[in-house]
Design a protein around this ligand. Structure first.
Ligand code: IYR
Length: 203
């Protein structure tokens, strides 16, 4: 058990968010299994209130990039506070989002605030944000375990994804997660993670 706990910590401590992707293809069946892994997450009343939209079509990726860049342009030119922009400096981000076209797959989890059955009847889902957040965590670990990289991207507001992917009214976009291989020679900023004592209190 000690060995398994340590090995898993080392594996997960090696995960990093990537913003520069290779266009190298990733087999669809890998992505399918990764999404199935995400869908094993616990959810309120086991409602599994999520739809993972998986985009590999270059035309749709392009449309998503264009719409995301329009929103991000506004974010970086007035909608984000000076403090926020300063906090992001180490990550060298701006409104350009080429990875939305370069990465072979974009996984876009949608949260379902309620379900609709074949007859159009509505039924409630519970703890939807918590549930979908957990499923996205499972998704990221599965991507990392596969030897692939990802970015948790939030091109807010994300309403355009609803329109481009023609999702019904009970679904709302939660994140945009490009998945693939790292670009050749890509580097990530040096980051330190908080120590145990800074993130946990034992009672
Ligand atoms: N959504 C913007 C800004 C951004 C915000 C946070 I908080 C980040 O950790 C990274 C980026 C963008 O993607 O550039």
């Amino acid at each position: 058990m000690q060995a398994r706990v340590s090995a898993y910590y080392a594996l997960m401590d090696g995960r990093r968010s990537l913003r520069h992707f290779s266009d190298k293809a990733v087999a669809r069946n890998l992505i399918e299994k990764i999404v199935m892994t995400a869908s094993t997450a616990p959810s309120g009343a086991h409602k599994q209130p999520w739809t993972f939209c998986v985009v590999g079509n270059p035309k749709i990726k392009k449309a998503i990039r264009q719409a995301a860049e329009q929103e991000e342009y506004e974010n970086y030119h007035g909608r984000m506070s000076d403090d926020w922009l300063k906090d992001l400096e180490p990550f060298d981000t701006d409104w350009h989002k080429p990875f939305l076209e370069t990465a072979p797959w974009l996984i876009i989890p949608f949260k379902k605030s309620y379900d609709v059955d074949e007859k159009g009847n509505h039924s409630k889902n519970y703890y939807v944000n918590e549930s979908v957040g957990l499923a996205c965590g499972f998704l990221l670990t599965a991507i990392h375990n596969a030897g692939l990289v990802a970015l948790t991207h939030t091109p807010s507001p994300m309403r355009f994804l609803q329109d481009i992917l023609q999702r019904p009214d009970n679904e709302r976009p939660f994140l945009v997660i490009p998945v693939g291989y790292p670009a050749d020679g890509v580097e990530v900023p040096v980051l330190e993670r908080k120590k145990l004592a800074d993130v946990a209190k034992f009672f």
